[in-house]
Write a protein that binds this ligand. Structure first.
Ligand code: GCB
Length: 589
């Protein structure tokens, strides 16, 4: 019986790869939060897989030894990474068993879905002893139907989380960010009617049309009537679903378009019977014309900043709305109209706050450095992670760029992997642009030529360039001549230099603020002269944890390339970028 359950859950997982049955707008649904203190057992040798837990299903263990006892175990906050909650777990990579009991009374006729905003990296979910399913991928949502396994009264939820790095994972063995493990984002028990609105999208098309589509799922999805309202536009329409539960509608409308200067969002509601879902969405177009990016038909220059999803004033994974407001508030203060969410899908609050504040978003999956490009299963995982990100964020006007890779090796197998991925992305979402951060160019005596094949595949070319830090003297950067074999917009998706905030040292001292300033000054001269330049996102807003950065007394396992220190203190280079963005804003008015 057990093997049947496992096989079924694997099947279920496989069918999840297109993420078609996820719930749209999880935060906006009727739900019970399962956030809070969870019991946790650290299990580096994966012994738990072979054990019966004392209170795994609410009954005492057959095994008198009771070595796995959640009641006496440590506590961890959910959402949250485990690394920053207990010093002993700072470096930990492996399995942790999480457990939470909760009370539940089923309402007659309701269905229940367990929804995880993200767990890094593998998750196995057991409810009252039943394996509901497994998920792979650390930064995207997943859900399992819980109705049949739920009981009235006390319920026991156990989640096995494992963040051990493996060669065929995305990301793979080496990353320049911390491998925070745990249930890093909220957990929700969502209540649904037997027939419910599963998905919807609002898309604005050039020339003034809005396309709405809705998917109804559950007991009887066919011939359902869904009422759509956009009150600020005076729109109120009734749609009837087809045999597969889908309905769509296109109508003329003249919304005020979403721009960074005026990020207008419209309230939308969708009603099916006694259930109403509400959301806010913006309308805009994004396209490329030669080497220009056009937002709502007008050229736009992207004044950006790259951001890791870390807490604003310390280390640790960020997940809350308050944290998103601080991080993105800083981006606004810097003069940005764009943010690069590196190097994985950030939490939903980041996207929703970006929508509200008027920050265009580069959203990314962790196809980072040298993953197994020759492995078809890895390609399937990349598509799955992309699909889950796109599904969640498709109604966010802020997202204009889907990034499918960062600094990948220039090989044929890599290019065919990423070409297929780019095609999948375009077919799934023709309303946004495909990009990637590329770092392989032909070097000449006077500079660089962007000529590699993959740059021909993307719509917007991202270039990571570390002139003055990893190579060349800073002054050389100002003399750099860039050329491109492609008449496409270029975003300098990264440039930068490390500095320990407050470090005494002159402009020849590596890791001093003065040296960082010197690198930026010279790079900004380079950027002022760069052909096809459509935007920049320096590396990066804030110092972040990185196991690859050991230098004692300077790095101490922090990547120091932030414009802000690990505690959010401004370095000198902040003010230089702020001035440059003010200048760019004037130039592009
Ligand atoms: C890069 C990577 C980024 C690193 C950065 C660095 O090119 O994309 O993840 O953190 O360089 O600091 O070296």
């Amino acid at each position: 019986m057990k093997s049947v359950i496992v096989a079924l859950s694997v099947l279920f997982f496989a069918s999840q790869s297109l993420a078609l049955d996820l719930l749209q707008n999880a935060p906006g649904r009727q739900q019970t939060s399962l956030n809070g203190q969870w019991n946790a057992i650290v299990d580096p040798f994966d012994v738990g897989d072979k054990r019966k837990f004392q209170n795994f299903d609410g009954t005492p263990p057959a095994d008198k030894l009771q070595e796995f006892n959640f009641d006496s175990a440590m506590k961890l906050s959910v959402p949250g990474d485990w690394n920053t909650q207990d010093d002993k777990l700072f470096w930990y990579e492996g399995s942790v068993w999480y457990e939470k009991s909760f009370e539940h009374q089923a309402k007659p006729g309701k269905e229940y879905m367990l929804y995880f905003d993200a767990v890094n990296y593998l998750a196995s979910v057991y409810l009252n002893g039943t394996l509901l399913g497994k998920h792979e991928g650390g930064f995207t949502p997943f859900q399992f139907k819980a109705t049949d396994a739920l009981k009235d009264g006390k319920n026991v939820l156990v989640v096995k989380v494992n963040n051990r790095r493996e060669p065929d994972f995305i990301p793979t063995m080496s990353t320049d960010w911390w491998n925070y493990g745990g249930i890093t984002r909220p957990v929700r028990l969502i209540e649904l009617s037997p027939t419910y609105i599963q998905d919807y999208s609002f898309t604005y098309k050039k020339g003034g049309t809005i396309a709405v589509s809705v998917t109804v799922a559950g007991e009887s999805p066919a011939k359902q009537k869904v009422d759509i309202a956009l009150p600020q536009l005076g729109i109120s329409k009734r749609l009837t679903t087809d045999a597969t539960g889908k309905a769509s509608l296109t109508f003329k409308a003249k919304p005020e378009l979403w721009t960074p200067e005026s990020p207008t969002l419209y309230s939308a509601s969708l009603t099916l019977g006694d259930q109403t879902l509400t959301d806010k969405t913006g309308f805009r177009t994004i396209e490329v014309d030669g080497d220009k990016m056009l937002l709502n038909g007008k050229p736009v220059f992207l004044r950006g900043i790259a951001i890791h999803e870390e807490k604003p004033f310390s280390d640790g994974r960020a997940w809350s709305e308050e944290e998103a407001r601080v991080l993105l508030g800083w981006a606004k203060e810097l003069g940005s109209n764009y943010v690069r969410f590196a190097h994985y899908p950030h939490n939903e609050n980041m996207l929703r706050v970006a929508d509200e504040l008027g920050l265009m978003v580069w959203a990314e999956i962790p196809v980072y450095w040298d993953i197994q490009f020759d492995n078809p299963e890895v390609l399937a995982k990349a598509k799955q992670q992309f699909g889950e990100m796109l599904f969640r964020d498709k109604n966010r006007a802020a997202v204009i760029l889907w990034s499918i890779a960062n600094e990948t090796p220039n090989t044929e197998v890599r290019t065919s992997f990423l070409t297929e991925l780019a095609n999948t992305v375009r077919t799934t979402d023709p309303t946004r642009l495909v990009t990637a951060a590329i770092n392989t160019q032909t070097t000449t005596d006077s500079g660089r030529i962007i000529d590699e094949a993959f740059a021909g595949v993307v719509d917007v070319i991202g270039i990571n360039s570390y002139c003055g830090w990893y190579y060349d003297k800073p002054e050389t950067c100002a003399q750099y001549k860039w050329q491109s074999a492609y008449n496409k917009p270029i975003i300098i998706s990264e440039f930068g230099a490390g500095a320990l905030q407050g470090w005494e040292g002159d402009e020849n001292t590596f890791f001093s603020e003065a040296y960082q300033l010197r690198v930026f000054k010279q790079n900004l001269i380079m950027l002022d002269n760069m052909p096809h330049l459509a935007g920049v996102s320096p590396w990066l807003l804030k110092d972040f944890r990185a196991a690859r950065r050991p230098l004692a007394g300077v790095q101490d396992y922090w990547n120091r390339k932030g414009l802000l220190s690990d505690q959010g203190i401004k370095k000198q280079v902040w003010y230089l970028m702020q001035d440059w963005y003010a200048k760019k804003e004037r130039e592009h008015q």
